[in-house]
Design a protein around this ligand. Structure first.
Ligand SMILES: [Zn+2]
Length: 332
């Protein structure tokens, strides 16, 4: 019998294994735990800092190392569709479509299968291909936008709006600046301006480091970093993790790109609903395609999504439970 639940991250305990997925701290985890990291975003990748045995794609490790300037030790790389065997469990990484290197993990135990999604996006983008579907008995799915009003517009439409907004600002002598996550979203924006415009794309150092990882993995990023005092030709777009200005005379106008933009009306910024996550409709379809008998949600609208899954799909569903205290003791 496997025990499932949340203890710093998603945990599967079997007779022979403690598998921990995306722990946000190492507190309470057994010393013989195996840590799986689905992607390099900070809320999923804290496990890289632990001394436990760690598994992720090489791309995920490289992005983490580029952002944090740290070398990960006790690391084993995984490849999509190549199962690894640990005792009574077989773990198969599948594409999650969320950012470069992002994976879901399909865990096959002697009597059951469990799919842990990490963060997923079910659409193709300029830098990622859609999350793979897999059938399983139990699905553990992210619920970030698991609320019926979060339905994103067509991505191409959002791409077009972002580009035309940036070109408009430049026409008016203003400097468009996008504030974005350093990994994933920033590279999608770089690619967008590379593909659809001839603008100079300028990024901060943090994004430049991640761009290099993308370029080395076949997703060429054309961008550069400039010193603040360097003259700027006025034909550029800035992409940065925090407010970033050059010493030219232009006025800087800010934009944000996030799924939350659907319900934002920021005063001094433009907001575009470009998300690296599945929206509500995609999540429901993903759950349906998994043919899971039980679905647990984590992160975001867990209660809402669980009740929608029960009502609309007739599948047993609830937020991922905490592991019982006695189990926690058992873990130490
Ligand atoms: Zn993420």
């Amino acid at each position: 019998m496997a025990e499932l639940g949340w203890c710093a991250g998603f945990v599967i305990r079997t007779r022979e294994n403690n598998l921990v997925f995306d722990p946000d701290s190492m507190h309470g985890l057994a010393r013989d735990s195996s840590v799986f990291i689905s992607h390099a975003h900070a809320d999923h990748s804290a496990g890289f800092r632990s001394r436990l045995k760690k598994y992720s794609t090489i791309e995920t490790r490289e992005i983490f190392e580029s952002i944090h300037g740290k070398v990960v030790v006790n690391f084993h790389d995984v490849k999509l569709h190549c199962p690894i065997r640990l005792g009574d469990a077989e773990i198969t990484p599948l594409n999650a479509g969320h950012m470069l290197g992002s994976t879901q993990f399909l865990v096959t135990l002697p009597n059951t299968t469990i799919l842990y999604t990490g963060d997923i996006n079910c659409l193709d983008t300029l830098t990622t291909t859609r999350a793979e579907r897999a059938e399983c008995d139990t699905l553990v799915v992210e619920a970030t936008y698991g609320e019926p009003s979060y339905i994103f517009p067509e991505r191409e439409q959002t791409y077009a709006k972002i580009v035309s907004w940036a070109l408009d600002q430049i026409k008016q002598g203003l400097a468009p600046t996008f504030q974005a996550y350093g990994a994933g979203k920033a590279q999608e924006l770089v690619k967008l301006f590379n593909v659809y415009t001839k603008l100079d794309v300028i990024t901060d150092q943090k994004i430049a480091g991640v761009n290099a990882v993308y370029s080395n993995n076949g997703l060429k990023m054309c961008s550069r970093t400039v010193a603040a005092e360097e003259p700027n030709n006025g034909n550029s777009v800035l992409i940065a993790t925090r407010p970033y200005f050059l010493s030219d005379s232009r006025k800087y106008v800010k934009a944000v790109t996030t799924g939350w933009a659907l319900k934002m009306s920021p005063k001094r910024a433009a907001a575009f609903p470009l998300s690296s996550h599945a929206d509500y409709r995609q999540l429901l379809q993903f759950v349906k395609d998994s043919k899971a008998k039980t679905v647990y949600g984590f992160t975001g609208y867990t209660d809402v999504l669980a009740s929608q899954i029960r009502r609309k799909l007739g599948i047993q569903s609830r937020p991922l439970p905490m592991l019982a205290q006695k189990t926690l003791h058992h873990f130490r």
